[in-house]
Design a protein around this ligand. Structure first.
Ligand code: PRP
Length: 193
């Protein structure tokens, strides 16, 4: 016999349990917390640019997922570009040197540019990219960083839109990796030492 409507509704509404987190990880932000905060940032950006087109420049590879979600929360004419740099030779601490691996494809001149970063740590990467992109004379230049390890800063620089401030811990998930792993975790986790 078919289940009554109320029972079927209850079954449909039952949430899938979260995938269990691997033992080397500790949950820091759930996908729901991330999604709520990204929506807030999207609303802020939409209001700040008041109907003007924007170009979102994602810093590969860590910012790819954040950019995809943020873009869908921005109610403006938004286009994408990507840039790639490297600074973390052993993937756990910054080498202090930033190297450009891939430049943007388009001109930034007279455009509203929002540089999208997954994490701001020492600030060396952002300082390098900001100097390079501002020299191309965008109309406005803003930075959106999902995470900010403010206590690690070596350069006096900050994002215009920040998702969460975090302590000095190594985080993975939602685009961020350790040796290229964990980028596809929907949540943000601390990788235990
Ligand atoms: C991360 C992040 C930033 C940079 C921030 O990139 O995406 O670009 O580090 O660190 P900083 O403030 O100390 O310069 P990473 O080099 O890990 O590359 P990935 O995004 O490809 O993982």
């Amino acid at each position: 016999m078919a289940a009554p409507c109320s029972a079927r509704r209850a079954l449909r509404q039952r949430r899938k349990p979260d995938l269990s987190i691997a033992p080397e990880l500790r949950l820091l932000f759930t996908r729901q917390q991330i999604s709520r905060r990204v929506a807030e940032l999207g609303r802020q950006i939409t209001a700040d640019f008041a109907g003007e087109p924007v170009i979102l420049v994602g810093v590969l590879k860590g910012a790819a997922i954040f950019l995809g979600d943020l873009a869908r929360e921005i109610e403006l004419d938004a286009t994408f570009d990507f840039i790639s740099v490297t600074s973390y030779a052993d993937r756990r601490k910054s080498s202090g040197e930033v190297k450009l691996l891939k430049d943007v494809d388009q001109s930034m001149e007279d455009r509203n540019v929002i540089l999208v970063e997954d994490i701001l740590d020492t600030g060396l990467t952002l300082a390098y990219l900001k100097k390079m992109l501002v020299a191309r004379r965008p109309r406005r230049f803003k930075v959106a960083a999902l995470l900010d390890k403010i206590s690690c800063r070596q350069q006096p620089i900050q994002a215009d839109y920040t998702g969460f401030e975090i302590p000095n811990e190594f985080v993975v998930g939602y685009g961020m990796d350790y040796a290229e792993r964990y980028r596809n975790l929907p949540d943000i986790c601390v990788l235990k030492q």
